[in-house]
Write a protein that binds this ligand. Sequence first.
Ligand code: MN
Length: 191
Amino acid sequence: MSDLNIKPFSMFFDLKTGLSREQQPTRRTLSNMKGMYADAAAFEAALKANDELVYEFYELKLPETPGDLLFGSSIVYPGKVGNEYFMTKGHFHAILDTSEVYYCLSGKGYMLMESPEGDWDAKPMTPGEAVYVPKRYAHRSINTGNERLVTFFVFRADAGHDYGTIEANGYRKLIVEKDGEPVIVNNPRWK
Ligand code: MN
């Protein structure tokens, strides 16, 4: 047994705000989301008006060792850039063949997933819904409601994060508001 082994622990986990009493969040405002929304003009206008908080997440600060798990919570705020809903950047795992589970605690939205091979899916997230993100699938949370979208997640501790692929290429699909409802459309800027 090395000192790197994680000892048994438990911690407070609030069903509305996740790990907010235990950890400081990582915050992403509009200025962190440059290039991620399809409507670049709407993005620039929104950013100029207010560098709004788009989402935040709380992660365990534990070693990323094979065989361990990490968990945390994510909060996506309600809002839109043009007609595209507030969302997380989305990422692949650096170790592509690792999966993840998200459990929706509150709010309303979608988990948008796509594989490098081009398969994609969008699973609704409402309180009580558990979404399985298979290995190889990039994943992004999208808030299509008027309240905060709060989720709990758990994944293999050594999976790592690849944000760069999505930052460079975008997602194949977008979820936008049309006539007051979320609809899935092709991303005109997908590379
Ligand atoms: Mn992940």
